[in-house]
Design a protein around this ligand. Structure first.
Ligand code: NDP
Length: 419
């Protein structure tokens, strides 16, 4: 049916590639293109002969629009799947517009260099206007809406688990379960243990930037920002048990606040163990999470990039990780004039993911929805020109595909609420 260009070949892309190859009717051909071509070749070698999907590989610098365009013009994909880093979102979107091809990704734009004065001026204005200070936000990609509309192309933003599946849960709740949604709590629990004192489950630089930022939530039409990790709750997660979780800023809150009419409050909580928090605080206190280059023995180094080089590669955590994830959304609202609650969630087992695709569950829960999002566009189930997040499309085919492709969901209509 279609041909996809997959950019990036890290932890999440490994799952995306396996899943596209399981779904050969839709992904007849894929090209894996990344900065380090040997990683693309290694995965092609592993999968060739096990799948009907035809695989090619290439080297590309996704920061370079001309290089991207040369590759797209040569391969002529029906979709470009950005599974590299948020830093590349805008260059890949530019290349898609130039070459006339649909786009998707799993995380919204943030700049690699947060000291760039041009970016910083816009960022500081946004902090003031909007009321949250995270480095990542949707404004940069929403600014492409008209260009994609005029070109008759679709850009699907944030089709991972969170963002991604969590928004499909919201759209499903809105379509089938509620007349009005009052509150949404997104709970992201990782009960997995990889045995290291400290490691991140996806790209360390992106992960540590996200979790060390001030927390924020949406309430009564505006953002409320709080110091990082200053709101803590304990929750008893199905199949995982009791975990401490902390309120974070998270990108889907921004789009859900616009797209779920009348919602009064949206919060996002993620579980962290004490060891993770102690390490993170210590690293932050000594300046290792800084994105500002420093001079070291005649070289410019960025502390967080140096730290990334020291930490375990998340793509190697698969064989060591045991336990389960439980990610979902708790809704309160009204149906037929009565108060109602619902909790839609998925439980995913790290070891089962490893057996199936050789990855831990964080990469798996991101990679499966990325494949599904691309399949929605390739099969024409989701196609309207413009730039959209997951909750702006019909959730039904996506929710059905989650059950089919390894992320089955369930609904508890009497969940314990988070205070
Ligand atoms: P990794 O660091 O493991 O992989 C990133 C890949 O992108 C690497 O292969 C890297 O190449 C490649 N890359 C980086 N820069 C460039 C460039 N300029 N040109 C070409 N390729 C490049 O990250 P993850 O797989 O952990 O994460 C991938 C994405 O998924 C991130 O955007 C992350 O934020 C997102 N994510 C989303 C989640 C969700 O639920 N929505 C959850 C988890 C992650 P090289 O191999 O040479 O380093």
């Amino acid at each position: 049916m279609g041909r996809a260009l997959i950019i990036g070949c890290g932890g999440v892309a490994g799952v995306v590639i396996h899943k596209c190859c399981q779904n050969s009717d839709v992904f007849e051909e894929i090209m894996i293109a990344s900065r380090t071509k040997s990683k693309c070749d290694a995965i092609k070698e592993k999968l060739d002969g096990t799948t009907a999907t035809k695989i090619r590989t290439a080297k590309v610098d996704a920061d370079n629009v001309d290089e991207l365009c040369a590759l797209i013009d040569e391969y002529k994909p029906d979709i470009v799947m950005n599974i590299a880093l948020p830093y590349q979102d805008l260059t890949i979107m530019d290349a898609c517009l130039k070459c006339g091809v649909n786009y998707m990704d799993t995380a919204n734009y943030e700049p690699e260099d947060t000291d760039d004065p041009e970016w910083r001026a816009i960022y500081e204005k946004r902090c003031k206007d909007e009321g949250f200070t995270a480095y990542f936000d949707y404004s940069w990609q929403w600014a492409y809406k008209k260009k994609f509309e005029d070109a008759g192309l679709t850009a699907l933003l944030g089709s991972g688990f969170d963002p991604g599946v969590t928004q499909a849960y919201c759209a499903y709740a809105q379509k089938h379960l509620f007349d009005e949604i009052d509150t949404i709590d997104i709970l992201d629990c990782n009960g997995g243990d990889h045995g290291y004192p400290f490691a991140t489950n996806f790209n360390p630089e992106i992960n540590l930037r996200e979790v060390s930022a001030p927390g924020s939530y949406w309430e009564n039409g505006h953002w409320v920002e709080i110091p990082a990790m200053s709101i803590k709750r304990e929750y008893d997660f199905d199949q995982v048990g009791h975990k401490d979780m902390y309120l974070l800023h998270h990108e889907e809150i921004e789009s859900l606040a616009k797209n779920i009419p009348g919602v009064q409050r949206i919060r996002f909580f993620m579980t962290f163990g004490q060891s993770y928090l102690t390490h993170m605080n210590c690293l932050e206190n000594v300046g290792m999470l800084s994105t500002t280059p420093i001079e070291f023995e005649g070289h410019q180094i960025v502390p967080i990039q140096f730290l990334k080089a020291l930490l375990p590669d998340p793509a190697t955590l698969g064989p060591r990780t045991k336990g389960k994830t439980n990610i979902g959304c708790i809704f309160t609202g009204k149906k037929d004039g009565k108060e109602k609650t619902a909790y839609i969630y998925n439980v995913c087992d790290h070891e089962e993911c490893y057996r199936e695709v050789g990855s831990q569950a964080i990469s798996y829960t991101t990679g499966v929805p990325a494949m599904i999002g691309a399949a929605m566009l390739l099969t024409g189930k989701w196609n309207k020109p413009g730039v959209y997040t997951v909750e702006e499309f019909d959730p039904d085919p996506y929710m059905e595909a989650l059950n089919k492709w390894g992320l089955p969901w369930q609904i508890n209509d009497k969940p314990v609420l988070v205070d």
